[in-house]
Each structure stands twice: as structure tokens, then as C-alpha cells.
Design a protein around this ligand. Structure first.
Ligand code: ADP
Ligand code: NA
Length: 323
């Protein structure tokens, strides 16, 4: 049986940036388009995972809802795929505890009793619980998730072994070959939601003028002409990566077209192509956000479908372990 169950999640950090889109989300839409009819696709906004770090509750609610809206806005289809809020499922996620850890093996009185953030350990376990609840076979993730998936496979394998069963498929990592998008202001760092300077990232909701201003202000270099050289010319190369990413073309082929042009021409074209790429998702995002009732109905439906599957898996787990 080669039926695929594809599962992935995104943090509830709000409107995604173009790095999230080219590096992960667009690939989810592609997988949806290319899936066989009986393949199952499941995408979740992992609200509970946000609690690994301190959060402002009102702000979190907004960014959580915006993240969900963005998934639908980019073309994930709530009929074809299951799109849901992980936090609509019953989980208690703890990330802080008092652990007695001796700092000095020779002196047991020297014990550190402060609250420890155990999220580093509990985060990947919660993630594995998500992945395995749907008997996932394929997980599209970034390369930073490789270790987490390794742990997930270990947990699945040890459960299968201890119950002498093969309930859980060992989920395969599906890597996205897309190149990393860098900060427009500091091309030594990746484009990120958490960077302080808002001009360092392009959001899915940025309007034409905002895109133009951010690209115009993007850091490049003072060399003449345009060439792709990530070591010597990270800022210029990043613009080429953005352009090639949006056009879904090879970056070297794109660079070749600009070798006799300047940064000005490159920036104009990057701006146009970003506008072209974002126009529809942006409009769809604002349409969705204007109707919170509709969004909630979509989320409820997704959560219901997700629960149906995970409850079936749990029933099998209970039977196997004798509960
Ligand atoms: P951020 O770092 O902005 O908070 P996340 O860590 O939530 O983003 O990442 C969500 C997804 O987007 C992951 O699959 C990650 O690999 C991808 N991603 C994040 N930033 C970038 C980037 N600058 N370029 C390409 N992909 C990215
Ligand atoms: Na991150």
C-alpha cells in the first residue's frame, strides 16, 4: 500500500514572510496539487508549540488566526486537505519544571533548583505525537527539523517493537530544495519573523508600495553588475534567489540574464515578481480575515476531521497496550 499521509505544521507566528512561503508553504501547495486521490494531506497551525516561549495571550490569538488564514490564502484547500489548529485538540503542554540537577557531582548540596525550560525536550515529543497521531508517512520540513524527525522515528519504532506490531509507519522527511532567503537588511542572517527590523522581511500581506520600498532598501554591494556569489555578494545573491524562487527557475540561469545589468534593474524586477507572486494570496488573506465566522467554521471542520483520525489511532494504541 503506497497511500501517503503527508503532515506538516507551522508555528502560530502570524502572517508568513516570503522565506516561509518559498522555503516551506509553497511546497505544501505543490504537494497538494501533485497528491494521488487517496493520499491524505494534513496541515496544522501548532498553537501549543508556541508556549515553549512566553507569549502575550491577545497577540497570540491574533497571530494564530492569521497563520491559519494564510494557509488557506496561499491555496491550501480545506476540502482537499485537512487544515486545523493543533490547539483545538486536547493536549496539556508543559515546558517548565523544577528539576534537581547537581552542578557538582562531588557535592550533593550544590543543587540548582530554578525552573528549567524543558521545552527543548518536550517540544519534539509533542511534535512526534502530532506526526504519529495520523500515521504520517511523509513530513515536509526544513533541514533544521531533521533531528526532531529522527526522534519521532525512534519513538514510533520503539512503540512498534514493544507492541510487536507495525502500527506506526516510520515517517520520511521530505526536504524542500529551495534556497534559504536572507534578511534584506543583514544578509548574514536568514529572513526571520523575529528580526526587529520590519524592513528585513517581505510579508505575504505587503502591498505594492511596501514591497517596492523594502526591496529598494535591500542591502547589496558596491560592485558593478550582477552576479550570483553567495560568499562575496550575499545581498545581491539573495535578490537573485528571491527572483528565481518566485519564478521557480534555476538561480544561475536567472543570474546569467542580469550579468550586464545593474542592481537598479534587478530590484525593479524583484519588486514586480514579488508583487505578481503575492497579489492573489494577499487579496485572499484579507477576504478571509474579513469573515472570522467563516474562518472559524473552516477551522472547526478541520479539527473535527483531524480528531476523527487521531481518535482512531488512539483506539488502536489502547488495544495494543491493554488499556
Ligand atoms: P521564522 O524563522 O521566520 O520564525 P519558522 O521557524 O516558523 O520561521 O519557519 C517556518 C518554515 O519556514 C520552516 O519550514 C522553515 O524552514 C521555513 N523558513 C523560515 N525562514 C526561512 C527563510 N528565511 N528561508 C527559507 N525558508 C525559511
Ligand atoms: Na525559526
Amino acid at each position: 500500500n503506497s497511500r501517503k499521509v503527508i503532515f506538516s505544521g507551522i508555528q502560530p507566528t502570524g502572517v508568513p514572510h516570503i522565506g516561509n512561503y518559498l522555503g516551506a508553504l509553497r511546497n505544501w501547495v505543490k504537494m497538494q496539487r501533485e497528491a494521488e486521490p487517496d493520499d491524505q494531506l494534513i496541515f496544522s497551525v501548532v498553537g501549543w508549540h508556541a508556549l515553549t516561549l512566553p507569549q502575550d495571550p491577545r497577540k497570540l490569538l491574533q497571530t494564530r488566526n492569521d497563520t491559519f488564514a494564510a494557509l488557506v490564502a496561499i491555496g491550501l484547500d480545506p476540502e482537499r486537505s485537512i487544515i486545523f489548529h493543533q490547539d483545538q485538540k486536547e493536549v496539556l503542554y508543559f515546558t517548565r519544571t523544577r528539576l534537581a540537577i547537581s552542578r557538582n557531582a562531588n557535592d550533593e548540596s550544590e543543587v540548582d533548583e530554578s525552573m528549567l525550560n524543558t521545552g527543548l525536550l518536550t517540544y519534539p515529543v509533542l511534535q512526534a505525537a502530532d506526526v504519529l497521531a495520523y500515521k504520517t508517512t511523509h513530513v515536509p520540513v526544513g533541514d533544521d527539523q531533521q533531528q526532531h524527525l529522527e526522534l519521532c522515528r525512534d519513538l514510533a519504532e520503539s512503540f512498534n517493537r514493544s507492541t510487536n506490531n507495525s502500527l506506526f509507519p516510520l515517517p520520511e522527511t521530505v526536504f524542500n530544495p529551495a534556497k534559504r532567503i536572507l534578511s534584506l537588511k543583514d544578509p548574514s542572517a536568514k529572513m526571520s519573523k523575529s528580526a526587529r527590523d520590519e524592513n528585513s522581511r517581505i510579508l505575504l500581506t505587503d502591498d505594492t508600495i511596501t514591497i517596492r520600498n523594502k526591496i529598494r532598501g535591500a542591502v547589496t554591494d558596491s560592485l558593478s553588475g550582477v552576479s550570483y556569489d553567495t560568499e562575496a555578494r550575499p545581498g545581491t545573491s539573495n535578490l537573485l534567489t528571491l527572483l528565481a524562487g518566485c519564478l521557480d527557475e534555476d538561480v544561475h540561469a536567472v543570474a546569467e540574464r542580469y550579468k550586464d545589468k545593474g542592481h537598479g534593474a534587478l530590484k525593479i524586477d524583484v519588486t514586480d515578481v514579488l508583487e505578481e507572486t503575492l497579489r492573489e494570496p494577499r487579496a485572499e488573506f484579507f477576504r478571509l480575515r474579513a469573515d472570522p465566522g467563516h474562518l472559524q467554521a473552516l477551522a472547526d471542520k478541520g479539527a473535527e476531521r483531524a480528531k476523527e483520525i487521531s481518535q482512531r489511532t488512539l483506539a488502536e494504541v489502547r488495544r495494543l497496550v491493554g488499556l
